[in-house]
Ligand binder design. Structure first.
Ligand code: HEM
Ligand code: HEM
Length: 309
């Protein structure tokens, strides 16, 4: 039996010790940055800079957060959690829990593809991916047609000094005065833009390349080898995970009740609707995370194909 990941040893240190050291080092860096930012805050030039660039980029306003944004955000976070789980399963599983074969005559078999048999873990990941692509496409279309894209896509270069100003304000522990119901600050704008318009498409494009369906002898293998796609696809998971940790920490630290009301309650008040809906959402994600075991995945996979051990 292989050792559990937490006890695996790298260069004499257990993985747990390395994670602990990494987290400790990150905390020290953060404290140093806070001290520097608080020192800088008192300088006259810095005050002028923050007054000139208070934090919201030009043209970023669009009124309110409608329910469709919250609903798609929920589906995204639900699927994202399970995509991370199933991706890690693919990465770590040496003995697949089962295999899945498309039922009937493989429609693509005549075109020199590999046999359409994949592991249960791959079936789980790819099923989530296809749903995520549908959710993502709906989000893109509604974002662009509703005009809400101005919140996420920078249209003025002043997004850069405004984002710097926000970094300085957060690090010096002066929360920016803003209403994210009307517009995100420049740092949020850049982070959301990068996640939605850069990271998600890269993850999808490299993931699609990893599919078993590509013909073995296709020209694509020469120009875009599968190894290159895997070398990019795996780290995109870490970038998503890093985004989520910082994102959720900032959502909670910068006015949790108001923020959760925006995204989980489609409202801008001080009720507890957003907190309650978010708690239900998180419970659903946690439930699905623990339920996603071979004993449940096998019958689900059997609905769309043949499952063999
Ligand atoms: C439990 C997990 C999560 C919570 C509690 C959460 C909460 C929120 C909240 C409150 C906002 C609005 C912020 C504001 O009004 O200032 C927001 C926006 C956003 N979140 Fe999350 N989030 C979570 C997970 C995720 C994940 C997994 C992703 C993507 C990987 C994500 C991507 C985004 C994006 C792109 C926006 C801006 C969307 C728009 O307004 O059009 N979030 N989130
Ligand atoms: C449309 C989106 C996506 C598609 C089509 C896709 C597809 C795939 C496929 C086919 C594999 C199997 C590779 C193999 O058999 O070796 C895979 C692996 C993986 N995927 Fe995705 N994926 C997508 C999005 C994501 C996302 C959003 C994440 C995480 C946030 C993720 C995390 C992973 C991980 C960790 C692996 C294992 C890679 C390895 O073993 O090195 N995927 N993906």
């Amino acid at each position: 039996m292989s050792a559990a990941p937490t006890t695996r040893r790298f260069g004499g240190l257990s993985a747990r010790t390395r994670w602990g050291l990494g987290a400790g080092a990150a905390l020290v860096v953060l404290v140093v940055l806070v001290v520097l930012a608080r020192w800088a805050w008192g300088r006259p030039g810095v005050q002028d800079f923050v007054a000139r660039y208070p934090g919201v980029a030009t043209g970023a306003e669009s009124a309110g957060t409608p329910a469709w944004v919250g609903i798609l955000h929920f589906f995204n976070l639900f699927l994202m959690a399970l995509m991370i789980k199933s991706g890690l399963l693919i990465h770590n599983t040496r003995r697949p829990a089962a295999h899945w074969t498309r039922r009937g005559r493989p429609w693509i078999a005549r075109s020199r593809t590999r046999p359409a048999t994949i592991t249960l873990e791959q079936w789980f990941h790819v099923s989530l991916d296809l749903t995520w692509l549908a959710v993502g496409t709906t989000f893109f279309v509604l974002l662009l047609t509703s005009g809400r894209w101005v919140r996420l896509v920078p249209t003025s270069w002043d997004v850069v000094p405004n984002a710097l100003s926000v970094v300085l304000q957060y690090l010096s522990l002066h929360w920016p005065h803003e209403s994210t119901w009307i517009a995100y600050n420049a740092l949020q704008m850049l982070a959301y833009f990068a996640t939605v318009f850069i990271l998600a498409p890269i993850s999808a494009a490299t993931g699609l390349r990893l599919s078993e369906l590509w013909p073995k002898k296709a020209a694509i293998n020469r120009y875009y080898p599968i190894e290159r796609a895997r070398a990019i696809h795996f780290p995109t998971m870490w970038l998503f995970a890093a985004f989520i940790v910082v994102h959720v920490a900032m959502v909670l630290a910068t006015g949790a009740i108001a923020n959760l009301n925006h995204m989980f309650g489609a409202r801008d008040d001080d009720s507890l609707v957003g907190v309650v809906v978010c708690a239900v959402a998180v419970a659903l994600v946690a439930g699905a995370w623990f339920a996603a075991r071979p004993v449940l995945l096998r019958p689900l996979a059997a609905l769309t194909g043949k499952v063999t051990r």
